[in-house]
Design a protein around this ligand. Sequence first.
Ligand code: HEC
Length: 129
Amino acid sequence: MTFRFSLLALSLVLMTTDAMAQDVAAGEKSFNKCRACHQVGETAKNTVGPILNGLFGRKSGTVAGYNYSDANKNSGLTWDDAVFTDYIKDPKGKIPGTKMSFAGIKNEQEIKDLTAFLKQFAADGKKGG
Ligand code: HEC
């Protein structure tokens, strides 16, 4: 009995870990849509768009050294799951006047995967933040 329960517990843990790994891998692929303009990781630099390290929890328009539009800077948004989901579905709908030229991602699962990928990067670009 105990043995069966621990097997069940173990397989639940394994399933959860596996699902999370897939999310991140799928999210990394999805991030290819962003790479033309955004960087993440320890060597990330501002390019066409701002660095996306440490995105979740930070206020919009606050990456040092990046020249944001007034629309982005003054949006008053803080990036959390719900705000990011709305924004990435329709950037110009969520922040009218943003200079981010990106049509958006409509697929909910893809947005979740992308969120899981981005959440790996702490503000210093190290993974595990
Ligand atoms: C064609 C270039 C381009 C692409 C592609 C692009 N972005 Fe952007 N992004 C920008 C620019 C430019 C800004 C700055 C917007 C402003 O100042 O109005 C920005 C801003 C952002 C912000 C706000 C950051 C902050 O600090 O407030 C987020 C979040 C973001 N982009 C996420 C993404 C994600 C995720 C993708 C891919 C799915 C993506 N972007 C694709 C150019 C792009």
